[in-house]
Design a protein around this ligand. Structure first.
Ligand SMILES: CCCCCCCCCCCCCCCCCCCCCCCC(=O)SCCNC(=O)CCNC(=O)[C@H](O)C(C)(C)COP(=O)(O)OP(=O)(O)OC[C@H]1O[C@@H](n2cnc3c(N)ncnc32)[C@H](O)[C@@H]1OP(=O)(O)O
Ligand SMILES: Cc1cc2nc3c(=O)[nH]c(=O)nc-3n(C[C@H](O)[C@H](O)[C@H](O)COP(=O)(O)OP(=O)(O)OC[C@H]3O[C@@H](n4cnc5c(N)ncnc54)[C@H](O)[C@@H]3O)c2cc1C
Length: 651
């Protein structure tokens, strides 16, 4: 029935103030208002329709994405949207596109690594989208190993230029989003060679295509790398391949953020005046062909990665909550077995097995939300410190962004797939929204740092910390707890080649460290004042579910290390079951608090009114295959088969 809320009885059961929870989820009353307004704006505009994506060919999909990006940009300009509103618009339009990399990587790379002069030249063009940028780091032969990149940038002092070149097939840039068909410019990473000496990998601003007719500039071979996993989905993105054939760019297009260059030679009083605007100094090449080694950590070259990893963590809670919202609503609608005296069958959400799979994911969505908020703060903090030439927290920020990116994306990708299974057969339909969500999301486990490679970075950070225990350097911040495990210093293992040989175990330790971070940030959140009837209580239940579920899942580790006894393990399990019962009446309200429109969810199974079956039935008839009753190919293939004429048919 149209207009009837089939989940009203569920909503009536809730024991907390959903509107107050919406604000907690959004982050603040202001963030809620912006998010709510923009999500409705997008949902009500047919220009942002997305329900036909899975039936489009690659070319149609890509062109439609170009149209949407242009339309989104026009909407931003026409409505004078602020940056915050524009970012929300991009989020709710919900289509991977070149614009993500332009705004999410190209601009931050220039902001983070460009000199003031470079920023003044390139940022206004980029902000107005008069140039479109991509982030060309990965090559056919190397992605994780950034120091192994083969593209070269050789300085030519005669012309004051760099010659960018792809010396081998494996040095072809491969994967950058937006590169394939759209980007006019790239931040290309290449091995710097000055005076015949290799000076490590640096970023360069390179124009790729003509701003007049979009043709590739001389010396560039550029195109799309082809179809990717899943129909529709990430194929809206033109991930590209690029080869340079001795392409010349001016020296000032190497990213070499620094204090104003002259400042280095100025007397100290003048330097003092300049101090507030002193920026981080990355390596430079002078016009005489001298390479000036950076006096700050070279890892600042990876600054854009730090930023993007932090946004990926924030995004994980969005993707997971979306899948959980779909699976929770559908689980309340779906009934199987258990009819008593001709009454209705049991809602599948009432099965303990369904709850034990679904509710930890619901708790994870909230947990990731709060750790994402905290990481945003950490990133802002480290950025501020770097600007004051304080690099002390950079290793910790790197470990946190890398580790949490890995943990949250792995759990989210797995969680989306679990939600699909929780929806039974209908979860496999594209109209459930889950297959596409998975296909779009799962590369997050690989891009911006492959998840295991990132965990190895965390492990290295942890081992470094362990090796310093007992010294005067006390662990602080997220590793302060290590002072309580100083006995680790007494542990020795006889394994040769230490780190490499034990890396599989160290990765597990890194995951445990990140899980501890998530749990502790959830607990810290609960120590704040949280207004709204019953809101804090619900969050406490979710926090306990998150922590106890982890304990239950890894009880073997806890038991074998003597951290808990079998009795504790059994108690934890009992408590989990009780917590699931407490969540049950609030489950629908807890996913309503995400405040997702039906447009954003893109799922018949997850629609707000729960009117699933008529919508599924109706949608089936809209499939292109149902445009004709007798399919194309009947006369050629089916009829000859039925008539046993197959041997004489021309196939
Ligand atoms: C139309 C709409 C318009 C809308 C307008 C909207 C307005 C605003 C909207 C905003 C939108 C925002 C959208 C955001 C969305 C973003 C979407 C992004 C899409 C994804 C695209 C994917 C992009 C990519 O994948 S780019 C390629 C990424 N590649 C990698 O990540 C490679 C992984 N490899 C590495 O990171 C390194 O090589 C590493 C770390 C594995 C090894 O490093 P290295 O070779 O140097 O070796 P080590 O010896 O291990 O390390 C040395 C040393 O450095 C430390 N370190 C390493 N990395 C870092 C770092 N990043 N930061 C700090 N420190 C680092 C490391 O710990 C070592 O330290 P030691 O002290 O020596 O131990
Ligand atoms: C959808 C998508 C979009 C992308 N967009 C961009 C972009 O815009 N710009 C860009 O530059 N790149 C982009 N990339 C590339 C991406 O950043 C890389 O694919 C990623 O960094 C992983 O690197 P790789 O492909 O070299 O994997 P590999 O490193 O080859 O990984 C293969 C396997 O080897 C393992 N492995 C690798 N090194 C180690 C090690 N040291 N120890 C133990 N195991 C190891 C990994 O765990 C993995 O299991 C994108 C990729 C995808 C999928």
């Amino acid at each position: 029935m149209e207009g009837v809320d089939h989940l009203a009885h569920e909503r009536n059961k809730s024991e907390f103030d959903v509107d107050a929870m919406k604000i907690v989820w959004a982050g603040s009353p202001h963030a809620f208002v912006v998010s709510d307004r923009i999500s409705k704006l997008v949902a009500s505009d047919p220009g942002f329709r997305k329900d036909n994506r899975s039936t489009l060919s690659r070319k149609e999909l890509f062109k439609n994405t170009l149209r949407k990006a242009a339309y989104a940009w026009k909407t931003i300009i026409d409505l004078h949207l602020s940056e915050e509103e524009a970012a929300k618009l991009r989020f709710y339009v919900d289509e991977p596109a070149f614009t993500d990399v332009h705004w999410g990587m190209f601009i931050p790379a220039i902001k983070g690594q460009g000199t003031e002069e470079q920023q003044q030249k390139w940022l206004p063009l980029a902000y107005k989208m008069q140039i479109i940028g991509c982030y060309a780091q990965t090559e056919l032969g190397h992605g994780s190993n950034v120091q192994g990149l083969e593209t070269t940038a050789t300085f030519d002092p005669q012309t004051d230029e760099f010659i960018i070149h792809s010396p081998t097939l494996t040095s072809s840039k491969w994967w950058p989003g937006g590169l394939g068909k759209v980007a006019t410019h790239a931040i290309a990473y290449a091995l710097l060679i000055v005076g015949g000496r290799e000076q490590g990998v640096h970023g360069f601003i390179v124009q790729l295509r003509s701003l007049e007719d979009h043709s590739p500039l001389p010396g560039m071979t550029v195109g799309d790398i082809g179809m990717k996993f899943g129909n529709g989905a990430y194929n809206a993105m033109d991930n590209g391949v690029l080869r340079f054939d001795h392409v010349r760019i001016p020296r000032n297009q190497m990213l070499m953020r620094c204090a104003q260059y002259t400042c280095l030679c100025m007397p100290s009083d003048a330097k003092l005046i300049l101090e507030p605007c002193i920026l981080i100094r990355v390596s430079q090449v002078t016009c005489e062909g001298k390479y000036k080694q950076s006096d700050v950590p070279r890892q600042l070259v990876y600054g854009a990665m730090l930023y993007v990893r932090q946004t990926i963590v924030a995004d994980a809670s969005c993707a997971l909550s979306r899948a959980v919202c779909i699976a929770t609503r559908y689980s309340a609608v779906r009934r199987q077995f258990g009819s008593q005296n001709g009454g209705p069958e049991t809602q599948v959400i009432d099965y303990k097995t369904q709850q034990s799979r679904l509710f930890p994911l619901l708790a994870s969505a909230y947990a990731f939300r709060f750790v994402g908020e905290w990481l945003k703060w950490l990133y802002a903090d480290v950025t501020q410190r770097l600007q004051a030439n304080d690099f002390s927290t950079l290793p910790e920020a790197h470990a946190c962004t890398a580790g949490l990116k890995s943990l949250t994306t792995t759990a989210t990708a797995d969680g989306i797939e679990e939600c699909r299974k929780l929806c039974g057969g209908h979860g496999y339909l594209c109209s459930s929204g889950l297959p596409e969500l998975f296909a779009v999301y799962v590369p997050a486990c690989t891009y911006e740092g492959e998840n295991t490679v990132l965990l190895l970075q965390v492990a290295r950070f942890l081992m470094k910390t362990v090796s310093q225990l007992g010294s005067s350097k006390k662990p602080v911040g997220t590793i302060a707890y290590m002072t309580r495990v100083e006995h680790l210093m007494q542990c020795r293992c006889g394994v040769q080649r230490g780190f490499a040989e034990l890396s599989a175990d160290l990765v597990e330790a890194a995951v445990a460290h990140c899980q501890l971070l998530v749990v502790s940030k959830f607990i810290e959140k609960l120590q704040q004042e949280i207004p709204g009837k019953g809101v804090k209580q619900q969050l406490e239940v979710l926090c306990n579910i998150y922590a106890l579920f982890l304990l239950h899942k890894h009880q073997g580790d806890f038991l074998s290390t003597g951290c808990i006894t079998p009795k504790h393990a059994a108690l934890a399990n009992d408590e989990l079951r009780s917590l699931y019962s407490q969540v049950r009446p609030n489950a629908i309200a807890l996913v309503d608090a995400f405040n997702y429109t039906d447009h954003y969810l893109g799922s018949i199974l997850g629609c707000y009114d729960g009117n699933v079956y008529p919508k599924l039935y109706e949608a089936a008839w809209k499939d292109p295959l149902n445009e004709s009753v007798v399919p194309d190919g009947y006369h050629q293939y089916i009829r000859p088969l039925l008539k046993q004429e197959i041997r004489t048919a021309r196939l």
